[in-house]
Design a protein around this ligand. Structure first.
Ligand SMILES: C[C@@]1(CC(=O)O)C2=NC(=C\c3[nH]c(c(CCC(=O)O)c3CC(=O)O)Cc3[nH]c(c(CC(=O)O)c3CCC(=O)O)/C=C3\N/C(=C\2)[C@@H](CCC(=O)O)[C@]3(C)CC(=O)O)/[C@H]1CCC(=O)O
Ligand SMILES: NC(=O)c1ccc[n+]([C@@H]2O[C@H](COP(=O)([O-])OP(=O)(O)OC[C@H]3O[C@@H](n4cnc5c(N)ncnc54)[C@H](O)[C@@H]3O)[C@@H](O)[C@H]2O)c1
Length: 145
């Protein structure tokens, strides 16, 4: 089982590669906690566009390039290209950047939590990569309490 470490990411420089369905829910969650989020993807979905318009995040509309990793402290690879995600993992490892790869749990330095947030309380849920579907169900139950 993984230990739930609660970390201050408010000033961390975060890169998210990909701007589709999976990136959207992650960027939305991250934007509640962090102020320096950059997204890079040729296609940017509407949810992410909305966050961009509020000034909460920065978007670059092109494919990932290694130069995007410069100065980054946390990287999430959430493209639909297995080869691109793997490439990002390799480049992050070389640079000792904390990295999460959404299609390869064995390559993640950390897992993205399911979150319930109310006022000053944050609940983070995780199944150590075993049952994300079950975690989502439990999150919904907690939200309804
Ligand atoms: C919590 C949440 C956060 C978020 O993503 O925002 C999250 N997954 C969520 C949902 C979800 N994920 C998947 C499905 C469809 C299948 C199903 O139902 O099982 C659904 C359900 C849905 O989407 O409805 C499939 C899946 N997930 C992973 C892989 C790759 C692999 O296992 O290697 C694949 C196969 C991908 C493929 O097809 O290639 C991997 C990971 N997913 C994680 C997080 C990390 C550990 C989570 C934990 O153990 O608790 C981990 C290990 C790494 C990481 O990505 O950080 C979010 C719920 C948020 C909420 O709603 O509250
Ligand atoms: N971890 C999880 O919980 C989970 C759950 C379901 C699926 N997945 C995985 O997530 C991946 C993404 O799924 P999705 O539904 O968000 O896909 P999607 O098709 O909605 O979005 C893909 C995004 O990747 C971008 N992209 C493609 N090539 C790129 C490149 N070279 N550089 C930068 N961005 C690039 C696209 O422009 C788009 O924004 C899937 O391949 C799947 O394996 C993970």
């Amino acid at each position: 089982m993984y230990f739930p470490l609660f970390v201050d990411i408010s000033e961390k420089r975060i890169l998210v590669a990909g701007a589709g369905k999976i990136a959207a829910r992650r960027v939305e969650t991250l934007s509640m906690f962090a102020s320096r989020i950059t997204v890079v993807a040729p296609y940017v979905c509407r949810e992410i566009e909305r966050l961009e318009q509020t000034g909460k995040i920065c978007c670059m509309r092109r494919v990932f390039q290694d130069v995007d990793l410069e100065g980054k402290e946390i990287v999430l690879a959430a493209t639909d290209r297995e080869d691109v995600n793997l490439h990002i993992w390799k480049e992050c490892k070389k640079r000792k950047i904390l990295v999460n790869i959404c299609d390869r749990k064995e390559l993640c330095d950390f897992y993205f939590p399911s979150i319930v947030q109310k006022e000053e309380v944050v609940i983070g849920l995780n199944s150590s990569g075993r049952s994300p579907g079950k975690v989502k169900e439990i999150r919904k139950k907690i939200e309804n309490l």
